[in-house]
Design a protein around this ligand. Structure first.
Ligand code: ADE
Ligand code: ZN
Length: 344
């Protein structure tokens, strides 16, 4: 669709971006655990944290790469124990979505992070889905939950997780693949993704965050994914950029994550707007906002501040997030009409 955007070349303002209907398609619920909530849950569950204060926690969030983040991220998730903990985590994220003008979310959760600690998958799914239901009813934010397999674990472990998840399949729109990318290529999960496809689940995978273009290719050709999470390393290959544009495969890009994990040293180096102008269906997302310094609107504003993102570009990114979602075509058309009204 062609968007008509009044004063399209002007730099986008925060108020304008907030008003645009937006979807968030790359958000790890465990990554939205703010230090304040972490302390509250630790106290509620009688857990001793290795940190003395919220400030001390934030100081520890000084990452050098993906693995240095994941080590702390999995440790923090240990405070999540009860159904109410998962509800509170998810509800806090939904409140941020409302503040940022997000109308639809497709969040990730990592069951293995919890089942490996003896937490029942039913406890996890029940707390998350109860909050998502309340979010739909009370905040008018629709959602589709995505179960992610941890790629540093084996494919057999992923199959065991799929077995555990079987009674809850109706709660998931799809499956994803996350955690340590380099050394854990998509083909390691070929059989389990094929089984998920047979079960009627959509598929997404992290690829080309730190890993090479070959992982993006593997995610597309072997895992048969509908979207690539991150995918920014497609810039290493003219052929891959052309393919992603031609096949209209969405990339769920996470600007603040990429700078905090040193994929780029500074936001001014980020290629998202270059990819947008090349015709790729790129979208903006927060990844792990409690660890990387901000939710969806803050990620959009980082692009305004460092890349002079225009109103027209912001509107196109928001439109991409809606069209790239797994919502119905009827729903997408309604949102896009609303978005056009905001722009004009
Ligand atoms: N899990 C949470 N955030 C992640 C990221 N950015 N990459 C891979 N796995 C993750
Ligand atoms: Zn991610």
């Amino acid at each position: 669709m062609t968007l008509i955007v009044k004063q399209g070349q002007e730099k986008a303002s925060e108020a304008f971006i907030r008003m645009l209907p937006k979807a968030e398609l790359h958000l790890h619920l465990e990554g939205s655990l703010e230090p304040e909530l972490m302390f509250r849950l630790a106290e509620r569950n009688g857990i001793q944290l290795p940190y003395g204060s919220v400030d001390e926690v934030r100081k520890a969030y000084d990452f050098t790469n993906l693995q240095s983040f994941l080590d702390i991220y999995y440790q923090c998730a240990d405070v999540l124990r009860t159904e109410q903990d998962f509800y509170d985590l998810t509800w806090a994220y939904l409140e941020h979505c409302q503040q940022d003008g997000v109308v639809h979310i497709e969040p990730f959760f990592d069951p293995q992070t919890h089942t490996d600690r003896g937490i029942d998958i039913g406890t996890v799914v029940s707390g998350i889905t109860r909050a998502l239901r309340d979010g739909n009813e009370q905040l008018d934010i629709s959602s589709g939950l995505i179960l992610c397999f941890l790629r540093h674990l084996s494919e057999d472990d992923a199959f065991a997780t799929l077995d555990l998840a079987q009674p809850y399949l109706q709660h998931f729109v799809g499956v994803g693949l996350d955690s340590s990318e380099v050394g854990n290529p998509p083909e390691k999960f070929a059989r389990v993704f094929s089984r998920c496809k047979e079960l009627g689940l959509k598929r997404v995978a992290h690829a080309g965050e730190e890993g090479p273009v070959a992982y993006i290719e593997g995610a597309l050709d072997i895992l048969d994914v509908q979207r690539i999470d991150h995918g920014v390393r497609c810039t290493d290959s003219e052929a891959m950029m052309a393919r992603l544009a031609h096949e209209n495969i969405p990339l769920t890009v996470c600007p603040l994550s990429n700078t905090r994990l040193k994929v780029y040293q500074h936001m001014s180096e980020h290629p998202i707007l270059t990819l947008l102008e090349r015709g790729l269906c790129v979208t903006v997302n927060a990844d792990d906002p409690a660890f990387f310094g901000g939710y969806l609107l803050t990620n959009y504003m980082a692009l305004v501040d460092s890349l002079d993102m225009s109103r027209e570009q912001a509107a196109r990114l928001a439109a991409n997030s809606l069209t790239a979602s797994f919502a119905s075509e009827e729903q997408k058309a309604l949102w896009l009409e609303q978005l056009q009204q905001v722009c004009a």
